[in-house]
Design a protein around this ligand. Structure first.
Ligand code: C2O
Ligand code: CU
Length: 465
């Protein structure tokens, strides 16, 4: 299945730009996109790095970009050629529960050698992504993810100026191989999660991308890293925020307070208007330095002075907060956190037992999935949740199957009133409040998207009946 040709296709990707061949449309091959998950030798595009084993969709990381139109059906056949069970989650898509791809909750994990067919309608336009959802801390870190773009019917920007940038944070060892030995480091699990030492954009270390002068371009930023929170800035140009986690903002705006925070699994769509001869760069700030992630070369001449296009918003039900069912989610645990009595798999465990079970975090005193949901609501009810971060670390909370309004932000994020999100960063000692209409029946996960934190306890579920 993965032959030399596909590997060469991978090599083309590494050369910097996104080859058309890595874009899968649902119109391909009878409407079905096949994603084969398989271990293969791969090298991230930096010249000094050797090839080492990665887990890839169709021989690539990111996997093929899936592009559909809003309202279109997405059909994907997952072929598991990995040495362990897997599944695919369609992050941010408000789809039918049976297609949500959560191994052990919405479907059994797909065993090695087996096939699973996903089929769902993409109801909202925007920037989404897909990733493995069985032992995600391991499978996503090895490369199993890709972009899922749902185009508007009246896209404000032509396809040629619509650029996806999937950012990842890898950890490589001294030889430059993917550092698998570090994946299970409990120190990382109980601190900020596994942080890497090599940041790539579309699988490439510091790619050069071309944009056309005078053409408004849309940059779709996706944070695919296990745990790194990016503090992004565009150097050398002005950018307007047009969408967050797939959902358009009411009016594209320039953030008052840069940098742009992009927590794990979050997306930001930006509009830029490249000016002839004025190269710019995407950079991230760490405590110590500014790292350039991608360079943009502006080709051609001309200037775009047209009005900034607005994008049509998606039809998400507005929460009715006065009648809401209100819940509280206390996040506890981790290094330097207060210890609270914690139940794991139906039993209260001592601190030592929790550590040896690698369950060092909890939501409301429960580590990981219990038999009973955290709460159960009826279809159509509004839910509000206070997310109380009583830990020493930030957490990126993700709700499956729904977008929510951020009633009270959990971090100094983007200066916008009550944005829609599917993943929210909550800083230490902060309490965020979210609100949504539980309009999608089924069993939905609610977890921290720092994937080590989720594996180590920050994982729960709720039910919509
Ligand atoms: Cu990006 Cu539980 O998912
Ligand atoms: Cu977390």
């Amino acid at each position: 299945m993965i032959d030399r040709r596909n590997l060469l296709k991978g090599a083309a990707l590494l050369a910097g730009t996104w080859p058309a061949s890595s874009i899968a449309k649902s119109s391909d091959a009878g409407g079905i996109i096949t994603l084969t998950a398989k271990e293969l030798d791969f090298s991230l595009a930096r010249k000094d790095l050797p090839a080492s084993p990665f887990w890839l969709y169709n021989g690539l990381t990111p996997g093929p970009e899936i592009r559909v139109r809003r309202g279109e059906k997405v059909k994907v056949r997952l072929l598991n050629e990995l040495p362990e069970p897997t599944s695919i989650h369609w992050h941010g898509i408000r789809l039918a529960n049976s297609m949500d791809g959560v191994a052990g909750l919405t479907q059994p994990a797909v065993q090695p050698g087996e096939v699973f067919d996903y089929e769902f309608v993409a109801p909202d336009a925007g920037t989404y992504w897909y990733h493995a959802h069985n032992k995600s801390w391991n499978q996503v870190a090895r490369g199993l993810y890709g972009a899922l773009i749902v185009e508007e019917h009246d896209s404000p920007v032509p396809r040629a100026n619509d650029i996806t940038l999937v950012i990842d944070d890898w950890r490589v060892d001294q030889q430059g191989n993917l550092d698998l030995a570090s994946f299970e480091n409990l120190m990382d699990w109980s601190h900020a999660g596994r942080l890497g030492n090599l940041i790539t954009v579309n699988g490439t270390f510091r790619p050069e991308l071309n944009v056309a002068a005078g053409k408004t371009s849309r940059l779709r930023l996706i944070n695919a890293s296990n745990s790194r929170i990016f503090q992004l800035a565009l150097e050398g140009t002005e950018a307007l925020v047009m969408a967050l986690d797939g959902q358009p903002v009411p009016e594209p705006f320039q953030p008052v307070k840069p940098p742009l925070i992009l927590a794990p699994a979050q997306r930001i769509d930006l509009l830029v208007r490249p000016i002839a001869g004025e190269a710019f760069a995407l950079a991230t700030q760490t405590a110590r330095e500014t790292i350039r992630l991608a360079d943009f070369i502006v080709t051609g001449v001309g200037a775009d002075r047209s009005r900034i296009p607005a994008i049509t918003s998606n039809a998400i039900l507005e929460p009715d907060t006065p009648t809401a069912r209100h819940y509280r989610l206390d996040m506890t645990g981790g290094a330097m956190g207060n210890f609270v009595e914690t139940t794991y798999q139906g039993r209260i465990l001592s601190r030592d037992e929790l550590i040896s079970a690698r369950q060092v975090w909890a939501f409301n005193g429960v580590a990981n999935l219990a038999d009973d949901p955290m709460f159960s609501v009826e279809h159509g009810e509004t839910v509000t949740i206070d997310i109380v971060n009583d830990t020493a670390f930030a957490h990126a909370m993700h709700v499956h199957g729904h977008h929510f309004r951020v009633v009270r932000p959990g971090a100094d994020e983007i200066d916008l009133n009550r944005p829609w999100r599917d993943t929210l960063l909550v800083a230490p000692d902060r309490t965020a409040r979210i609100a949504f209409v539980a309009d999608n029946p089924g069993k939905w996960l609610l977890h921290c998207h720092m994937l080590e934190h989720a594996a180590a306890g920050m994982n729960s579920w709720f039910e919509v009946t």
